[in-house]
Ligand binder design. Structure first.
Ligand SMILES: [Zn+2]
Ligand SMILES: [Zn+2]
Length: 342
């Protein structure tokens, strides 16, 4: 089948778009503009991940647009999906996930109650035996013993980046960034669009999947067949991994739970009664913007979350003003009952 001018334009635009965006990613990464952390191993992993991503996307796009020769509609959807994958990837990698320099944290620093911070700092030093609290907090700020500063509730320290992150979920070495309050939506979209990109690659009419199963190669040679079958195998592997990661991330979002918190004992005090409310809290309103990796206004700022022990915390702040020593002593005895003696 002859390759038309439209096919060449679509293919080239897809490849140039991906190459340009990934080149920006590499240059910025190499200049150290990205928050890739302080450790060499982490940085090397990030570069390897980015190089694999460039190679993978270029070969897949070339196979999809030029070798397999899918229909014009599929070509257009292919370019659209490639763009969304790259956009989500870059937003996940380059958005501040919620570090102390993020606007939300800065705002919290200025406006958080001095009394509450002091109470919490005293209390949570006691709670964090062996470095890791295993019980849910009750919406209070805590203190990081690595950074030596107070931090909002649900913030955690990333050992790869050596910094605390708001509502931290996990550190992703292939993206080279933590996944936290400010880029969780982009990470979820990356997995989702990656999955649909692979589906399109494998199942598009006239696409590489069909070519590998039934078609005749437009170019002969063992190398071409090897690239085609390798491309299809990779797409199948990525499709399964992305689907699994997306489903797990979505399920946890509906439960208002992070990977750090999933091993905590007891009932999640931050879970809202409705799953949709939990999703909206993290991802923003359920409209068309939800499908794009762009920031949207959210009711919650990532530093304070509605929780079932809210009234209890307010009560304690008032009590601290009246009898600070007694409050801390009471709490230490509560903690000892939960964790045993140090
Ligand atoms: Zn920290
Ligand atoms: Zn990290």
């Amino acid at each position: 089948m002859a390759i038309t001018l439209l096919d060449i334009i679509l293919g080239l635009s897809g490849i140039v778009c991906s190459q340009a965006l990934m080149a920006i990613y590499m240059v910025l990464g190499c200049l150290g503009s990205a928050s890739f952390g302080k450790h060499l191993f982490n940085r090397v992993l990030s570069r390897v991940g980015a190089i694999c991503m460039i190679f993978f996307l270029c070969v897949e796009l070339w196979l999809f647009q030029f070798v397999a020769h899918p229909s014009t509609t599929c070509s257009l959807i292919g370019v659209l999906l490639s763009g969304l994958v790259l956009w989500s990837f870059l937003m996940t990698a380059f958005t501040d996930p919620g570090t102390p320099s993020s606007p939300e944290w800065q705002h919290w620093n200025k406006h958080s109650s001095i009394i509450e911070t002091k109470v919490s700092a005293d209390i949570t030093k006691e709670r964090s035996y062996n470095g890791k609290p295993k019980h849910w907090g009750s919406g209070e700020s805590t203190e990081c013993d690595r950074c030596n500063h107070s931090r909002p509730a649900r913030s955690h320290h990333c050992k790869h980046c050596d910094r605390c992150v708001l509502r931290m979920d996990h550190h992703c070495p292939l993206i080279g960034n933590c996944v936290g309050w400010r880029n969780h939506k982009y990470y979820l979209l990356l997995q989702g669009w990656q999955f649909w990109g692979c589906v399109m690659f494998l199942f598009a009419s006239g696409g590489p999947g069909e070519l590998a199963l039934y078609g005749t190669m437009p170019f002969s040679g063992l190398w071409m067949e090897l690239i085609l079958y390798t491309g299809c195998s990779w797409a199948a592997v990525v499709m399964v991994i992305a689907a699994r990661t997306f489903m797990v991330a979505l399920y946890m979002a509906t439960r208002n739970e992070t990977h750090v918190e999933k091993c905590y004992i007891g009932e999640n005090p931050y879970a809202l009664p409705q799953s949709l409310d939990n999703l909206v809290q993290l991802l923003g309103p359920l409209d068309i913007k939800l499908l794009m990796p762009i920031g949207v206004p959210r009711k919650c700022g990532g530093t304070e979350f509605p929780h079932t022990g809210q009234e209890h915390t307010q009560e304690r702040s008032v009590r601290y003003q009246k009898e600070p020593k007694k409050l801390i002593e009471d709490h230490v005895s509560d903690v000892s009952a939960n964790y045993g003696s140090v």
